[in-house]
Design a protein around this ligand. Structure first.
Ligand code: PHE
Length: 462
């Protein structure tokens, strides 16, 4: 059924709605929680620079490819890939790309919802004055108290999953589009307020130097790992490689420009990540706290500052509310591909499909949250379930999906097809895009993956 002009699931009402939704997918915990602490772990500026290169050289071309495939297929990623491949006389096994995306989606949503649960809990804590006068040990104890309490984690995880299912169950127009229309502007306003506040209450200069002055010496022997993390962060943050952007593209009208949309979405995502850094690190530095403290960065470090600064209770509440919005507009996009597939292939109503998909991710999420407490003794490659899912999706599955998307758009689809989708202008822009998806992206991602996973070293080449 390729070439249809609308999707059976509905359509975005305007191009702006698509951009808001896709930016809503992209902007999430990845930007505000994951990006600052990962940048912190690799020492700041050098990591940020590599990250920006990954976004521009790999992320944007792959995002264009993903939107393009979705819009041409107009179905869930599994069926889109099968239909597009069959139409070119290629093996229907390309639908495996869609299946891999569904797997990645379940893994991501399971831990995503647990972390989003922390942010819900922290909205309440901030509003209730729990940070007032707290010191480093106190803040750590507060965080450990939450993370160590499986039942409390389960309650918040459940609430967040219900919120996600509620939006997706309402459908493309009155669920997804309606929620991003108010949450995205609200998120942006809150973020700007937070940066202004951080500049006033913290050390903006130190934060800017930390983020924007690359010091490659800090990467040293961890360079391969740092590059893999930066690339994984780019895939995760831009929502690429698992079908979220593809399914959103399937609801986009024919006349909208894919290139311009992708650039705007990626630019918004990057801007938000950098602004998040500028909201967090000034406070971290002004209080002599540790930027490389890992996943606890915003949950342990920031509350100390919020507890000390005038207005900290209010701004703490705003900050964690912002995070909830960011996470919510992302989680709906992680659930959408599997819901679209259940509706297409199993004849489910959207409501049933959403509940079933959400329930699956919810169950997996229980394993994630137990890995933080009761199961903390069980690890694989030194990681508990939550960390393992996070690492495996961002650094392996999403990049693999990205390679396949690039190869499909660059090598399987005929030139005329992609040229047509991208506006029909056979100029420098189109040719650069095609060169990037045919050669640069697949090769760069493969090399970074192999190198970062230590395969070259294992073969004695490193
Ligand atoms: N991009 C989201 C974030 O930054 C996470 C996400 C990953 C969403 C993959 C959809 C698909 O938090």
């Amino acid at each position: 059924m390729t070439g249809t002009t609308v999707s059976i699931h509905g359509m975005w009402s305007t191009r702006l709605a698509f951009i808001l939704a896709a930016a809503g997918s992209a902007v999430g915990l990845g930007n505000i929680w994951r990006f600052p602490y990962t940048a912190g772990e690799y020492g700041g500026g050098a990591f940020v620079l590599i990250y920006l290169l990954c976004v521009a050289g790999i992320g944007i071309p792959i995002m264009m490819a993903e939107v393009l495939l979705g819009r041409r297929g107009r179905q869930s990623p599994i069926n889109t890939m099968r239909a597009l491949a069959e139409r070119e006389g290629k093996t229907p096994a390309w639908s495996l790309l869609g299946w891999m995306g569904i797997l990645a989606g379940f893994l991501i949503l399971s831990f995503y919802s647990v972390i989003a649960g922390w942010t819900l809990a922290y909205v309440l804590r901030a509003a209730g004055g729990a940070f007032a006068g707290i010191d480093g040990a106190g803040s750590k104890a507060l965080f450990d108290g939450l993370v160590g309490d499986g039942e409390r984690l389960l309650a918040w995880h459940t609430i967040f999953m219900v919120l996600t299912v509620m939006v997706v169950a309402r459908g493309v127009a009155s669920g997804l589009e309606r929620s991003v229309r108010w949450m995205m502007p609200a998120l942006f306003v809150l973020l700007v307020v937070m940066v202004v506040y951080a500049a006033w209450a913290g050390d903006l200069g130190a934060a800017a130097r930390y983020l924007f002055a690359p010091d490659f010496a800090r990467l040293q022997d961890k360079a391969g790992e740092a590059v893999l993390s930066a690339m994984g962060q780019a895939f995760f943050s831009l929502s690429l490689g698992m079908g979220a952007i593809m399914v959103y593209g399937s609801y986009l009208r024919r006349d909208a420009s894919i290139a311009r949309s992708a650039v705007m979405i990626a630019a918004t995502d990057t801007l938000v990540a950098l602004l998040a850094g500028l909201a967090i690190f000034p406070i971290v530095f002004a209080h002599g706290l540790e930027p490389g403290s890992g996943p606890g960065l915003i949950f342990v470090t920031l509350p100390i500052a919020f507890g000390e600064i005038p207005g900290g209770g209010l701004f703490g509440t705003l900050f964690f509310t912002l995070l909830v919005f960011a996470a919510w507009t992302s989680s709906i996009s992680i659930l959408e591909p599997v819901v679209a597939w259940l509706v297409e292939n199993r004849g489910f109503t959207r409501v049933r499909a959403s509940i079933l998909g959400g329930a699956g991710a919810w169950l997996l999420g229980i394993a994630c949250l137990l890995s933080l407490n009761l199961w903390s003794g069980y690890t694989l490659f030194g990681k508990g379930v939550l960390d393992l899912f996070d690492y495996l999706t961002a650094n392996v599955l999403l990049p693999l999906g990205g390679i396949l998307i690039a190869v499909f758009a660059g090598w399987v689809l005929p030139r005329s097809a992609t040229l047509d989708e991208l506006g029909g202008q056979d100029g420098v822009a189109y040719r650069s895009w095609r060169f990037l998806v045919r050669y640069v992206a697949p090769m760069a991602v493969t090399l970074v993956l192999l190198n970062g996973l230590g395969l070259f070293k294992a073969m004695g080449l490193g």
